[in-house]
Structures are given as C-alpha cells and as structure tokens.
Design a protein around this ligand. Structure first.
Ligand code: NAP
Length: 315
C-alpha cells in the first residue's frame, strides 16, 4: 500500500512527530518551506496534522483535493474552518478530556498566584527586600466566590477544584446546565458582578470574540481578579490593560493572549498580573496523551475505522 501523505501545519510535539513519521509520509509545513514542492504534492495530501493554535483556513483546504481528515493536537480548534472542511466531507478531530486536569490545575495556580502575588513574593525574597519589612498584604482565595465563564469539560474540573477551597461556584454559558449544582448567570457581566475571581474557559472563535469587554471588567470591580486560560481572543486585551492600569480590577492571571507569542509591553509592565506562555496542557504526561489521541485519530481513519474524538460538528 502506498504511503499516506500527511501535511503538518505546525511545529509538531516531540511526542507526536515520531509516531507520524513511523506511520505516514510526513511533510512539515511544506507550503512555507518549499511552495513549488507543495504545489506538486498538494493533490496527494490526505491528512493534516494541526495544533490547537494552527490556522487551517478554507483556502488551504481548497488546495488539497484528496484531503480526508484534519487531526488537531488540542481541544480548541477555532483556527480550523470546520464549515469548509464539512462542506468537503473532511473529518476534523481534536483531543478533549485528556487535558482537563492540567488546564484546571493551571487555572487554580494562576488564581492563587495572582491573589497571593506569588511571583512578586519570590522576587521580594530573591531581591533581598524582606530584610527591610514585610510585603503588602494579599487577597484571600479560600471561601471566596469564583465565577466560571464556560462550564464544559475543563470548566467543571475547575469548579471541582474550587470546591476544595470552600469557594462558592457560579457560571455563565449560552445555556444553563440543569444538572449542575451551581448558580447560573445569563451574561458574563452579571456573573462578574457576583464573583471575586472570574475564570475564562470557553472556546475561542467568532462566538466568544471579546466576550470579556470593558463593561464586564467594570462589573468585576476593583477587588476582582480575572483568570484567562481560554483563548486570548475572548478578552478585549486593550480594555484589560486599561482596567489593570486604572484599578478597574485588582489583578489578572493570564495564560493566553491576543497575538501570541507577542505580549504588549504595557501588559508585561503591570506588576499585579501573572503571565504564562500558553502552558495550560504543557506537562509531559498530558502532551503524551494528547499525541497518542491525535495520532490514533489519524491511524483509525486510515485503517477504515471510526475516529475516536471527532469535533462535535463532525460527530
Ligand atoms: P467544552 O467542554 O466544549 O466547554 C466549552 C464551554 O464554553 C461550554 O460550557 C459552552 O457552553 C461554553 N461556551 C461556548 N461558547 C460560549 C459563549 N459564546 N458564551 C459563553 N459560554 C460559551 O470545552 P473544554 O474542553 O472545556 O475546552 C474549553 C476551551 O478551553 C477550549 O476550546 C480552548 O479554547 C481552551 N483551552 C485552553 C488551553 C490552554 O492551554 N490554556 C488548553 C485546553 C483548552 P454553551 O455551549 O452552553 O455556551
């Protein structure tokens, strides 16, 4: 049987790349590195290996007449034009569930770090400032109110952890989940007005673009802390910088940004924000599990079996 040509559109995880190399003929971002070779090869490409941050636009799909499947290494797939894929009967898969724990752990870590000012505390000791007096007092987390924007797989894992901190959990989403024992607010602004920590964990894309705007930040208020482990696009970043600079909110813990990996100097200069370079799922254990799932989706498809985790639109 001839080798199956797979195009990668991202720098592949070291856990995924060897698996793909062993099973398929892998072409790494060929359209960037060698457009002439890509033009020749395009009619043979049957699969795409992408990451959660990859762009797979309709224009790329249109250049690949033999494309059958796009396997995303990540749960978010807002960079993939799923409508264009579906119109061509191209399957799209992602890696849900296996990263819930890591992303929820990081959300709690960022909340604690921003509230208790852990990076500042670390610098305080290392810079020798402790000898001249104690640090300013921080903000209590246990027993406070957490508001979760998006109560899906990861949102519920965050809620579960928050309960161990005796926090009161509330949420917003487009639809109320009757089975969940948490208070529901129909809008992010109403949720923000009724919590101390607002944690974002929705998908990115057009439906959530700048969902968290100046009005929501104002509702969160001068004691409130924002945590974003969703996508940078979910927050109006300019409004957030303004809110942090002017005491509209107390602080933030951010794993994701509007134009990654570029983080505006204005945001980096604010002392009471804690920043992370999109590491929600970045542990060896979880990246291995994601790689296995992304690989098995491709393998099953080309073995003529059902894929394991199609995106809901293709399920
Ligand atoms: P999920 O199970 O599909 O949950 C998504 C939640 O968001 C649902 O509760 C959904 O409820 C809600 N939602 C969707 N659109 C909304 C809108 N316009 N307004 C308010 N709520 C909305 O997804 P998941 O597995 O928990 O993952 C969530 C997201 O986390 C991913 O899509 C990705 O963007 C992000 N993520 C980030 C990292 C990281 O490294 N930081 C890692 C993994 C995932 P309704 O449908 O009822 O609105």
């Amino acid at each position: 049987m001839p080798a199956i040509d797979i195009l990668s559109v991202t720098k592949l995880s070291p856990f995924l790349e060897p698996q793909l190399h062993a099973a398929f003929k892998l072409h790494d971002r060929l359209y960037e590195t060698d457009p002439a070779a890509f033009a020749k090869l395009a009619p043979q490409i049957r699969g795409i290996a992408a990451s959660g941050e990859s762009k797979v636009p309709a224009s790329l799909i249109a250049q690949l007449p033999a494309l059958e499947i796009i396997s995303v290494f990540g749960v978010g797939y807002d960079g993939v034009d799923v409508a264009a894929a579906k119109a061509r009967n191209v399957m799209v898969t992602h890696t849900p569930q296996v990263l819930n724990d890591d992303v929820a752990d990081l959300a709690i870590g960022l909340m604690l770090s921003a509230a208790r000012q852990l990076p500042a505390a670390d610098r305080y000791v290392k810079d020798g400032k402790w000898t001249s007096g104690p640090m300013p007092l921080a903000r209590k987390v246990s027993g406070a109110r957490i508001g979760i924007v998006g109560i899906g797989r990861i949102g519920q894992a965050i809620a579960q952890r928050a309960l161990a901190f005796n926090m009161t959990v509330a949420y917003t989403a487009r639809s109320k989940r009757a089975e969940l024992p948490y208070a529901f607010y129909p809008t992010p602004a109403e949720l923000a007005a009724n919590c101390d920590y607002l944690v974002l964990i929705t998908p990115g894309g057009a439906g959530t673009n700048k969902l968290i705007n100046a009005e929501v930040l104002k509702a969160l208020g001068p004691e409130g802390i924002l945590v974003n482990v969703a996508r940078g696009s979910v927050v109006d970043q300019e409004a957030l910088i303004h809110a942090l600079q002017n005491g509209v909110i107390a602080g933030a813990g951010l794993d994701v940004f509007e134009n990654e990996p570029n983080v505006p100097e204005a945001l980096r200069a604010i002392p009471h924000v804690v920043l992370a370079p999109h590491i929600g799922s970045a542990t060896r254990q979880t990246r291995q599990a994601m790689a296995d799932l992304a690989f098995n989706n491709l393998k099953s498809h080309f073995d003529g079996k059902p894929v394991h985790t199609p995106v809901p639109e293709c399920g």
